[in-house]
Design a protein around this ligand. Structure first.
Ligand code: FE2
Length: 353
């Protein structure tokens, strides 16, 4: 145990759990930037009977903010119940790193568990989730199971989730992951990651409020991308994808589709969505649009590849690996059996000129 771990462990151990309280989620590291991070965990304090007579756990999110982090270092910590975790702090400058992007982990828990085991073995520096973590974010019973499955991964990699429609904009999603705004961004090395909330259906009480949210988010995203023009790669993560090879949904997500021109204007390298439970890779005006929704949810068809745009589709459980080294980024979609479904590379935009 190093000195830092001892220090953090000492601080946390001084926060005692009540007699009836149980840690049922975490630990995990969220909001991780070059110098700060939030360590989160979820506590259950008893049960209550809901309107249907079902016993439901009473949950609350606990957090601790770490400041003064050093870019590139690995930080360890200990929860009050003795559970240990660690995470990497984003490095700065031209450096190599790995990440996993995956999503739609709801409903088929055994497959979700297998995907998490495969990702944990690969041991990425951090993880992006494209949303639909659980089938119903308003059902407190579902969160402890999600956290139980994700535990080994969340204990070793920073976590950056996007809001899916199945979260139902649940206050607990925001509380657990210490999300003050459902859109945010961060830098890792010379790559810039922008996470947005595409669940317009739950973004406001009425049409006017939803419109206000969407315009605010769009303005923020445009500003965010303007500031990130010197990054080697600009990557956008969201739940609803702008393009899909799932015929039933090809007329949906028009608001998201309308963002494509903005992404092209600000030289976004790639977007990663979920929502459709399969793997898809489209290339539109030089921007890669990936759908990675194979984290366990029931599979959907890829019955209508888009002529001239779709490069690869497969209806299969999978996750996406991102490996960045100075001057190059490699993407691989990997099935549960280790089969590489798709592989391609990005080069920094400046190098293409
Ligand atoms: Fe979804």
């Amino acid at each position: 145990m190093n000195f830092r771990l001892l220090l953090i462990g000492f601080w946390l151990l001084s926060v005692s759990l009540g007699a009836e309280e149980l840690v049922v989620g975490g630990p995990f590291a969220v909001n991780v930037t070059h110098d700060t991070a939030t360590i989160g965990w979820v506590v259950q304090n008893g049960e209550v009977r809901d309107a249907n007579g079902r016993l439901q756990p009473v949950l609350r999110g606990e957090h601790m903010t770490l400041n003064g982090l050093k870019p590139g270092e690995t930080r360890s910590y200990v929860l009050p119940n003795g559970t240990e975790g660690s995470f990497k702090v984003p490095p700065t400058g031209a450096t190599s790193f790995t990440a996993v992007i995956f999503g739609d982990t709801r409903s088929r828990h055994e497959l979700h568990r297998q995907i998490v085991a495969a990702i944990t073995r690969w041991s990425p520096d951090f993880v992006l989730h494209t949303g639909d973590l659980v089938a119903n974010g308003l059902d407190p019973e579902q969160w402890p199971l999600f956290f139980d499955i994700e535990k080994p991964l969340l204990a070793q990699a920073a976590f950056y989730p996007a809001l899916g429609n199945h979260e139902r904009n649940s206050p607990q999603f925001h509380e657990f992951f210490a999300i003050t705004k459902p859109y945010y961004s961060f830098d890792w090395g010379r790559a810039h990651f922008t996470v947005i909330n595409t669940d317009l259906g739950t973004a406001g009480r009425d049409a006017a409020a939803k419109e206000v949210f969407w315009e605010e988010q769009k303005r923020w995203m445009e500003d965010d991308l303007v500031k990130a023009q010197s990054a080697d790669f600009r990557l956008v993560i969201m739940h609803h994808p702008p393009f899909t090879a799932f015929k039933k949904r090809q007329s949906e997500n028009q608001e998201v589709r309308a963002l494509v021109t903005l992404w092209e204007q600000y030289r976004v390298t790639a977007t990663f969505g979920g929502h459709d439970h399969n793997y898809q890779h489209h290339l539109v005006h030089g921007v890669h649009h990936i759908v990675t929704g194979g984290g366990g949810a029931p599979l959907y068809a890829v019955d209508a590849p888009i002529e001239g745009l779709t490069l690869k589709v497969e209806s299969i459980e999978h996750y996406v690996r991102l490996q960045v080294e100075p001057g190059k980024a490699s993407v691989e979609a990997v099935a549960l059996d280790g089969r590489i479904l798709d592989a391609f590379e990005f080069r920094p935009a400046a190098a293409n000129k």
